[in-house]
Each structure stands twice: as structure tokens, then as C-alpha cells.
Design a protein around this ligand. Structure first.
Ligand code: NBG
Length: 793
């Protein structure tokens, strides 16, 4: 496509789709017109892909996920279609900067964090690999809340990505299913029939996801809840206007909000309804598609692979059994086996509070037939494994992890360590009974978004050095290895990083009124705020460093900027206290005339995918400092390493594998291992001991407790100091000294800029394995037994 063609198409959409003329077009109009022009380019490969999947009778992969954290889509689509240069030329001609057009798109935050972003990377990789696949989720009206700060405290406001037309989706009024809730089960002619008391309509909205080089596109199908009856005219006519629209309001609540928590299930009943709503609609859609191609349900596992992204869609087990047995007449035992042949489950956390359990009473009242089937599945499993000690229904609760395990033919963890810990802890008993069921699939990230799109400077350098094959085959980055001693290459590598940092400095100045030194080390900690992720360990180290610089202001300090970003779940008060502390510390440190040239702390509000794309390419050091055993994998850690920010990290999640790949000497390791953490925790006064042994830590905690950062509000941060010097479940104190040591090591390397650049470049060269294309190939081979539809190029 030439720049003239693109321009014609944009002008066509401006006029005929948006009703604007070019002289009066606003940035929104240009963005919509460009998006529609780009979408047109996706539609043909999308149709062709759908046709080919049918014609060749491919097995399809269905990825069921409550979250798809897709962020903006325009740049991704342009990059994957190879239209970036063309679009740049077109907009130069039009006289509007392309960056402004791209930046106008709302960031679709239909997820909380890693789990949702992983789903988005996977769906893009499946398209890039030309695997016939479909993502199924919920079209939330309001994604994750918008975060701002008021006097350092987190404020939450509803997010409104859908107030403007979403350029990428196609509404599918014809793809709609009636989803029931409640009611009762009756026996009719020896069969159980569920008669729901009420229900609503799940209606599909499709977004095509184009793969690398535009060869293949899959569909992200998101369900929106609509009432069966839009409006109660009788009530309206009798003057009761509010009651007249009650059915719509009630139905819409189901797809209204994303639960703002990735660890604790809230609003139990509504959440369970959401889970059933999207799972049931997706399964019916899968069966409808299967029916249109095949007529023997026993073939289902050969043609359909359904991945359950965490336990949120785990009701798929009983629902699929119900559809096969109650509605299609398949024998119950055969239905269970057939469903299991299709289903597989990914576990994303070992945190006990995040493992979903539903009260039997709630399950029975909301999904009475499913409760019966769950009991039947559990009984069948007990009969097959008479010595088992792990039940799906126990103590008045349905345990969704156990249910998903029993109903999946494979269960996977998301990093080597996490998978091992799954076998030893949460699923130890089920693993004993089914030793072949648990497999590992280490997470990955799409290089199209996280390197090519987000970091054009480094991408150009890589392509100049080894050609452009790396974008579709990230392991080719190893070709950089032979340039790692080449001064010319390293200079260009350093220049790319430096330019990215300068861009960030400019942006921070204009949007946040903060001045940063681009030569300082940009030390970045961005992710959800959680005690196990230990943002408080990082800020304590900052406080200790500040105190030390004040003691010796003429010392040889390596200048640092500590950047934080991340949201705390609204009900997680301790996490919100951590944000408050970091913000208050930044007020004191940044205004300190003596120390602020060496150390600044900045907490950027409203972390999202777009902000990550801005920060990661400009980062020097990646903070991955979770308490060992708690972070299932991490994926931010991979994005940083790939973009040349070495890791400061514990032996946790995928950090372990990153360190193996980049080499121990290119990774700043500190802290206890997972077994050491367990042992330390068993010592009752472990925190007090650690504090007594490290005067720096003691002094930093004293400052927190002693109101140095309380801005006149005595006792403001005492809660954090008390928590850390008391229970300290996440072992912040016990890991502090070693963290301090590793940080000073990082300072020393950074001071020798040539050594640092080489370490950064080694990280890039050795992280090719962390592509989500590699993850997807692993799932295809070990779990889905499906293949790409096109030959690799
Ligand atoms: C998160 C883990 C991360 C992991 C992502 C993706 C949940 C429940 N889990 O460590 O905390 O990288 O999943 O697997 O959000």
C-alpha cells in the first residue's frame, strides 16, 4: 500500500464514515479515520483465515479469559501490517503528527495486570503463528479504574474507554445466546432439565487481531450483557419510569465492571455470574461452530482445545458436561471424558487468597444443575481414585482449582519454579494421583508490541545489525552476541537508550512538571501494588540511601531516579498505604537541596499498558523483588530485560529463567530462596533480628515511624513500620541487607558506563527465548495438539 492509497482511504473514511471534511477534522476524527482505513486492511486476511480454518478442518484453540489487557490497538495493527513508514509519510503530508493520532486512542484496560496482559500477548502470537484461535472474554463497559493521587493517596475513578466509538470492534447482533441463572432442576423422561428462573442475553462483539506481517488474523470475541426484554412498556405506561428500565440496568451490571482485584474475589455473586455468563456463551458458540462442520460429538477433543486462563472460567467443566449430556444426550461418563479431552487449565498464582472457592449454597441457588454435575464429577473422581484426599467440594465450598484440575487433561504453571511449587504445594495431592497432568509453560511477551512497537530506536539498531528476521523469530537476537564487544555497536546501543531516556524526561517535564537527569540510573518498579511484590522494600532502600547521602554529601554517589507506577486494589488498604508512603517520601527527597541531585523518587499515576510502553524502553534497572515463591512468573521482567534493563531480582518466578539465559553476571541477584523464606518465617522474631543486625534498616524504619515523611500528620506511616518490624510476612526486613548490597553493586557497574551498556546489550541478545511465540508453540505441542494453518515463512 502506498502512502497515496492510505491517504485516499483515510479521506474516504473521514468523509463517509465520520461525516467530516479534512479542514475541520479534529485529532479524534483523524484517529478514527486512520483506524478504519487500517481495519479495512485487516478484514481480508481475517476473512481468509476464517475460511482456511474451515476448509482445512483445523483444530481450533479457544482461550477463555476474564481479562484481555489489550491497551491501544492502532499502533500494533500498523506495525504488524508493515505500514508504519507509510502512515508516517501520509500524516506528514496531512500535517498532523502520527504520534498524536496514535496517542489519542484510549487504552483498553480490560484486565488487572499480568494475567490479562499475557492473554493479550498470546492472542497476538497465535495470529502471528497462524494458529486458528479465538479469544473469549467480557466486554466490560468500565475497565480497571483510573488512578490519581490526592495528597499522595490513591483516588479511584471509573474508567470510560467506551464513551467514544471503539474503532476495532464489529457488533454481532446475530451471535447472541440466552444465558440462564437460578431456577430448578426437574426430571423429565429420565433426564435432568434445568429451568432457570431468569436470564439475559450474551451478545458478541468481535475484534480482529492481526498477526505479524498481516498473514493471519484471529478474533477476540467479547460478550456484552443485554436484557431479554429491553423495556417494560406496561410499567412505563403506568408512570414507573425507573422500574420500566430495571431489566436493562440489571442485565447490564453483568458486563459493567472489571473486578479491580487480581487476588481476592469480591462481590461474590456478581463475580460468579460474570464467570458463568461469558463461559456459557463461549461454549455455546464453540459447539455451534463445531456443529456446523462435524456431526459426531466424540470428535470434539480432536477439533477443539479450550484453555481456561486461571479458574475464572472453570465452570466450563460442568457446563460442557451439561451441554453434552443434558442437551445432547451423551452418556454422563462419556461426557466427562469428552469435556476433559478439550479442557486444560493454567494456574497463575499460589497465593491462597486468590484461589477461588464458592459457597455450595451460592452455587446451588445460582447454578443448581451445575452443582449436581460438580458433585457427580467429584464422585466419579473419588471412585477412580479411592485413596484421594483432595476433593472439589469440601467444607461447604466448591474449590475451583481442584475442579479445573480434575476436568482438565493438562494443568500448567507459568514458570519452571512456579510449576515445581504447584506440584509440591497447592496441587501436591492431585499431582500424586495424576503425575502426567502438570506441565510447565513459561510465559512470554510479544516482541511486536514490546520491542518493535515500543522501542523503535533499539529495533532499528537490531535490524541494522542482524536483519529483520528477529521480529518473527526472536531467538535470532542471539546473532547480536558477536557484536557485544564491538565498540561501534555498543555506542549505538547506548545512544538508543539515552535517546529513549531523553524522550521520557521531556514527557515527564511537560506532563508531570518534574525535572530528571537523563544520565541518572532510571531504576523502575512498575506493576500492581502488593506486599509480595515489595514496593515497600524498594522505598525503604531509597530512604536508607537518602540518609547515607546526607551523611556524606560529597561522596561518590551514582545518581538514581527511582520510578514507581502501579495500582492498588481499592479494598487493599495496606497496598494503598504503601503508595501513600512512596508519594510522601518523594516529596521530602525531591525537595532536598543536598541529596536530590543524586536521588529522586517519582510515582507516576494511572499505570497502564501505554505507560509501560513508554517507561520500559527508557529504563536502566528492572525491579523484580518479590518474596521468593510468591510471583508465579512475571512478564514485566521479560520486557525490561529484552529492552536492555538488567534485573535486580530474587530467585522467583521467571527471574530464575531470565538469569539462566542472560548469565548470572548480567543479573543482580539478592535475597532468600523460596525454601529459605519458609524457614525464616518459622522464626518468630525474624524481623526484629534482621533489624537488630542492620543499622541502616533500623534507621530507615525509625524515620518512617518517627514522622520524617508524615508531612505534619503524626503517626501517618507508623502502620507500615509496625507491620515490618512485627509480623513482616513477606520478609522485607530479612532481605533488606542483601538488597542493599546488590543495589550498591548495580551503582558500581553503572558508574562504569561501558560495562553497563555491555550488560544491557547482553540482556537483549539473550532474551529471545522469552517471546510469547515460544510459549504458544509449547502449548500447541504439549497441551493443545494443534498446528499452524500456514507454513512458516
Ligand atoms: C499473575 C502472576 C504473575 C504472572 C501472571 C501471568 C494473577 C492471578 N497471576 O506472576 O501474579 O506473570 O499471572 O501468568 O494475576
Amino acid at each position: 500500500m502506498t502512502s497515496d492509497d492510505l491517504r485516499d482511504s483515510i479521506l474516504h473514511h473521514l468523509k463517509y464514515s465520520l461525516g467530516k471534511d479534512a479542514d475541520h477534522a479534529m485529532i479524534y476524527d483523524w484517529r478514527m479515520a486512520l483506524s478504519l482505513a487500517v481495519r479495512d486492511r485487516i478484514t481480508d486476511p481475517w476473512f481468509a483465515a476464517t475460511r482456511k480454518a474451515y476448509d482445512d478442518k483445523h483444530k481450533r484453540v479457544y482461550y477463555l479469559s476474564m481479562e484481555f489487557l489489550i491497551g491501544r490497538l492502532l499502533q500494533d495493527a500498523i506495525v504488524n501490517l508493515g505500514l508504519l513508514d507509510t502512515a508516517q509519510a501520509t500524516f506528514a503530508d496531512i500535517g498532523v503528527p502520527l504520534e498524536h493520532v496514535i496517542a489519542d486512542e484510549p487504552d483498553a484496560a480490560l484486565g488487572n495486570g499480568g494475567l490479562g496482559r499475557l492473554a493479550a500477548c498470546f492472542i497476538e502470537s497465535l495470529s502471528s503463528l497462524s494458529v486458528p484461535a479465538m479469544g473469549y472474554g467480557i466486554r466490560y463497559e468500565h475497565g480497571l479504574f483510573r488512578q490519581s493521587f490526592h495528597e499522595g493517596r490513591q483516588m479511584e475513578a471509573p474508567e470510560d474507554w467506551l464513551t467514544q466509538t471503539h474503532a476495532w470492534e464489529f457488533e454481532r447482533p446475530e451471535a447472541a445466546f440466552d444465558i440462564g441463572f437460578g431456577g430448578q432442576v426437574t426430571e423429565k423422561g429420565g433426564r435432568s432439565v434445568w429451568e432457570p428462573a431468569d436470564g439475559l442475553i450474551a451478545q458478541a462483539y468481535d475484534t480482529p487481531i492481526i498477526g505479524w506481517q498481516g498473514r493471519w488474523a484471529n478474533t477476540l470475541r467479547l460478550w456484552s450483557a443485554k436484557p431479554r426484554k429491553i423495556f417494560d412498556l406496561d410499567r412505563f405506561n403506568s408512570g414507573d419510569y425507573i422500574a420500566a428500565s430495571a431489566p436493562e440496568t440489571l442485565a447490564r451490571t453483568i458486563s459493567r465492571v472489571l473486578y479491580p482485584d487480581d487476588t481476592t474475589p469480591q462481590g461474590k455473586e456478581l463475580r460468579l455470574k460474570q464467570e458463568f455468563f461469558f463461559t456459557a456463551a463461549s461454549l455455546r458458540d464453540v459447539l455451534r461452530r463445531f456443529d456446523s462442520e462435524y456431526n459426531d460429538l466424540r470428535q470434539l477433543p480432536d477439533k477443539v482445545a479450550i484453555q481456561l486462563n486461571d479458574t475464572h472460567p472453570a465452570i466450563a467443566g460442568p457446563e460442557l458436561v451439561r451441554l453434552l449430556h443434558d442437551e445432547r444426550g451423551m452418556d454422563m461418563d462419556e461426557a466427562i471424558v469428552t469435556a476433559r479431552g478439550c479442557l486444560a487449565y493454567t494456574n497463575h498464582t499460589l497465593l491462597p487468597e486468590a484461589l477461588e472457592r464458592w459457597p455450595v449454597d451460592l452455587m446451588t441457588s445460582l447454578l443448581p444443575r451445575h452443582m449436581q454435575i460438580i458433585e457427580r464429577i467429584d464422585a466419579q473422581h473419588a471412585a477412580q481414585k479411592p485413596d484421594r484426599k483432595a476433593n472439589a467440594v469440601e467444607d461447604g465450598e466448591v474449590k475451583m482449582g481442584e475442579l479445573a484440575f480434575i476436568m482438565g487433561h493438562k494443568v500448567n504453571g507459568v514458570s519452571a519454579l512456579h510449576t515445581e511449587l504447584m506440584k509440591q504445594t497447592v496441587f501436591a495431592e492431585l499431582h500424586r494421583l495424576h503425575p502426567d497432568r502438570i506441565v510447565n509453560q513459561t510465559n512470554g511477551v510479544t516482541p511486536r508490541r514490546w520491542l518493535l512497537g515500543a522501542n523503535p530506536r533499539l529495533s532499528h539498531l537490531i535490524t541494522d545489525t542482524i536483519g529483520d528476521g528477529w521480529v518473527g523469530d526472536l531467538e535470532r537476537l542471539s546473532g547480536l552476541e558477536e557484536h557485544l564487544d564491538d565498540a561501534g555497536f555498543l555506542d549505538r546501543y547506548a545512544a538508543a537508550k539515552r535517546a529513549n531516556k531523553t524522550d521520557l524526561v521531556d514527557w515527564m517535564r511537560s506532563t508531570h512538571d518534574i525535572d530528571l537527569d537523563p544520565d541518572a540510573m532510571f531504576d523502575v518498579h512498575i506493576k500492581r501494588i502488593h506486599e509480595y511484590k515489595r514496593q515497600h522494600l524498594n522505598i525503604l532502600e531509597a530512604i536508607a540511601l537518602w540518609q547515607e547521602i546526607r551523611d556524606d554529601p560529597n561522596g561518590d554517589w551514582t545518581p538514581r531516579v527511582k520510578l514507581f507506577a502501579g495500582k492498588a486494589a481499592p479494598g487493599y488498604f495496606f497496598a494503598k498505604d504503601i503508595i501513600h508512603l512512596i508519594n510522601d517520601v518523594s516529596v521530602i527527597l525531591n525537595s532536598d537541596p543536598v541529596t536530590s541531585k543524586y536521588l529522586k523518587v517519582v510515582f507516576l499515576p494511572n499505570y497502564n499498558v501505554t505507560l509501560a510502553e513508554r517507561l520500559i524502553p527508557a529504563s536502566d534497572l528492572s525491579e523484580q523483588i518479590s518474596t521468593a515463591g510468591k510471583e508465579a512468573s512475571g512478564t514485566g521482567n521479560m520486557k525490561f530485560a529484552l529492552n536492555g534493563a538488567p534485573t535486580m531480582g530474587t530467585l522467583d518466578g521467571a527471574n530464575v529463567e531470565i538469569r539462566e539465559h542472560v548469565g548470572a553476571e548480567n543479573f543482580f541477584l539478592f535475597g532468600m530462596t523460596a525454601p529459605e523464606v519458609d524457614a525464616r518465617r518459622a522464626i518468630e522474631d525474624h524481623a526484629a533480628k534482621a533489624i537488630a543486625a542492620d543499622p541502616r534498616l533500623a534507621r530507615a524504619l525509625d524515620a518512617v515511624r518517627g514522622d520524617v515523611f508524615s508531612l505534619g500528620d503524626a503517626g501517618r506511616h507508623a502502620g507500615i513500620a509496625d507491620n515490618l518490624s512485627g509480623h513482616d510476612y513477606f520478609c522485607v526486613c530479612s532481605d533488606f541487607s542483601d538488597y542493599w548490597r546488590a543495589q550498591r553493586e548495580a551503582d558500581a557497574v553503572y558508574a562504569d558506563r561501558a560495562a553497563w551498556v555491555q550488560m544491557a546489550a547482553r540482556n537483549t541478545a539473550r532474551c529471545g527465548w522469552f517471546s510469547s511465540d515460544r510459549s504458544m508453540r509449547g502449548y500447541l505441542a504439549d497441551i493443545w495438539h494443534a498446528v499452524p494453518a500456514l507454513a512458516a515463512e
